[in-house]
Design a protein around this ligand. Structure first.
Ligand code: GLC
Ligand code: CA
Length: 557
């Protein structure tokens, strides 16, 4: 088997929904399942064939559903199990498969397992989590939480620390314990038997902790990165067990969020011999604009580096494993503000970025609002943020460790905070962008009067229709799915150009990443090619690239 072996999930385009911010059907300011149901026709119009739902399970919402207190119940604010069954049925009727978020590196501290676990040291659930004695009256080691501070929380009641790589309300499960693994597998089967079509597995690369619990390399904050545990000693064994016991019994889309994942590791996680998952999310391309020592430190993007990294993954996995393609998700700022130009070239640059990504090999993921070129939010002050990572980050960097000034941190948050992508979906130009008749749980971006779905659905040259076309092209041309990738002009600092090849067909993709006009002659071989798509309205292409221009030429040899 190799990566050109045909599979439905390689040919799919996935749309990610962050339910809290997608559509509110009952005016409480919070998106919900009935709201998603209302918008199925919109998803159908866009042409996506898979929806990935960020978590909808029962949760006290310390981390917006990524802290689950009951895996078999729907969060009250989102609706009921009946709503879910209906959503699933209607998606299937519309030809859309539904993929759930699987958050099993940790649970909420309000999950029944943890409530039991923390009661006493001999409780049968004690070993469902990771408890350690203090070392010299302090935390067992220097591991840091992804959301700031130590990854260890002292629990008075039993005099031990428990591990939490995320907030202290998200204790890490102990995957060494077979009972934990079996309980997770049972829960997965329970959802699969309802008919869901797969899982996006939250921070799955972190589940196996090195049992020596050694200190890691400290970062600026003095703690080591939560990534010390990425790709731990038994992670592949656990995923192979999960595949054997659960996944192999169904026809699914599975994608692992592999934070800290390297190419060598990804070849195992997403290997074409189907031992573990279908594909992995890697993050190298979205960490290029951060300081390696401080995630809140800003660094300008270097296109040559970006090309190098994308190419490493395209070429490295060819024939061996399968890529997932994304610029955006609920943890990343908006792509057009980050990599494009969210002012005068907003639409053109968003289309360019979409072209650049969607013509690569792998399964593309579109995050809600990306198809409208929604932008980062003009946050004014800290009180407007809802994300605990942003808020904790501010306290740690500005107040506790005093590593950044308040202004520096706010500048960083405006560029990087996860809340940039969590503002409500902009449906139309009515109050609250048509998202809710109540008060939204997080502010609506004031640019909704200009940037919204209704306006774009009416206008043939909108970003929405451009995405629709990219998705159509992928359905029409096998080369877009399966063709082999090759980078051109790797050292060009302004243009990202590459080719794809399949049998006697070739594609040339050229993208100007700058607001400058550039000389870029069409390579001889492609001069008579047909243009599959381009992002300037007149549809002509030539030997000069206009600001953020992108085009795709197709030839048959
Ligand atoms: C993943 C999720 C993120 C969440 C974290 C903890 O990275 O994408 O939103 O905060 O895991 O579950
Ligand atoms: Ca609601």
């Amino acid at each position: 088997m190799n990566s050109t072996e045909k599979k439905w999930w390689k040919e799919a385009v996935v749309y990610q929904i962050y339910p809290r911010s997608f559509m509110d059907s009952n005016g409480d300011g919070i998106g919900d399942l009935k709201g998603i149901i209302e918008k199925i026709p919109y998803l159908k119009e866009l042409g996506v064939n898979v929806v990935w739902l960020s978590p909808i399970y029962q949760s006290p919402n310390d981390d917006n559903g990524y802290d689950i207190s009951d895996y078999r119940r729907i969060m009250d604010e989102f609706g009921t199990m009946d709503d879910f069954q209906q959503l699933l049925m209607l998606c299937h009727e519309a030809g859309i498969r539904l993929v759930m978020d699987l958050v099993v590196n940790h649970t909420s501290d309000e999950h029944a397992w943890f409530v039991e676990s923390r009661k006493d040291r001999t409780n049968p659930y004690r070993d469902y989590y990771i408890w350690r004695d203090p070392a010299d009256g302090k935390a067992p080691n220097n591991w840091g939480s992804c959301f700031g501070g130590s990854a260890w929380q002292f629990d008075e009641q039993t005099g031990q620390y428990y591990l939490h790589f995320f907030s202290k309300k998200q204790p890490d499960l102990n995957w060494e314990n077979e009972n934990v693994r079996n309980a997770v597998y049972d829960m997965m089967k329970w959802w699969l038997d309802k008919g869901v079509d797969g899982f996006r597995m939250d921070v799955i690369s972190l589940i196996s902790k090195d049992q020596e619990f050694k200190d890691g390399e400290p970062e600026l904050t003095g703690y080591s990165s939560f990534n010390v545990c990425a790709n731990g000693p038994r992670v592949h064994e656990f995923l192979q067990e999960m595949r054997r016991k659960v996944l192999s019994k169904y026809d699914l889309l599975t994608v692992g969020e592999c934070t800290g994942g390297t190419l060598e590791e990804a070849k195992k996680y997403a290997s074409s011999d189907e031992k573990e998952l279908n594909m992995a999310f890697q993050f190298e391309h979205v960490t290029l604009d951060a300081d390696t020592n401080n995630k809140w430190g800003l660094k300008p993007l270097n296109l040559v580096k970006l090309k190098e990294i994308m190419t490493k993954w395209q070429v490295g996995l060819e024939g061996k494993a399968w890529n997932s393609l994304f610029w955006c998700n609920h943890d990343q700022p908006r792509m057009v503000s980050r990599l494009g130009n969210d002012r005068e070239y907003r639409e053109i640059s968003a289309k360019m970025l979409a072209t650049c990504l969607h013509m690569m090999q792998g399964t593309p993921y579109v995050y809600q609002g990306e198809e409208l070129a929604m932008t980062n939010m003009p946050f004014q002050d800290l009180s407007e943020f809802r994300d605990l990572d942003s808020i904790n980050g501010y306290h740690e960097m500005v107040e506790v460790k005093k590593l950044m000034t308040s202004e520096e941190m706010l500048t960083s948050l405006r560029k990087k905070s996860r809340d940039n992508s969590r503002t409500p979906m902009q449906w139309d130009d009515s109050t609250n962008a048509g998202f809710s008749t109540g008060t939204p749980w997080i502010k609506v971006n004031p640019n909704y009067t200009e940037i919204n779905a209704r306006e774009q659905l009416q206008r043939p040259d909108s970003v929405f229709h451009y995405y629709q076309k990219l998705i159509q092209l992928r359905k029409q041309h096998e080369i877009i799915v399966y063709g082999k990738y090759e980078l051109l002009d790797g050292t060009n600092p302004d243009v990202y150009a590459y080719t794809r090849a399949l049998d006697n067909e070739k594609l040339l993709i050229v993208c100007n990443f700058t607001s400058k006009e550039l000389d870029y002659p069409i390579p001889e071989m492609y001069k008579d090619g047909s243009c599959l798509i381009s992002n300037y309205p007149d549809n002509t292409i030539g030997n000069k690239l206009r600001p953020y221009e992108a085009y795709v030429l197709h030839i048959e040899l």
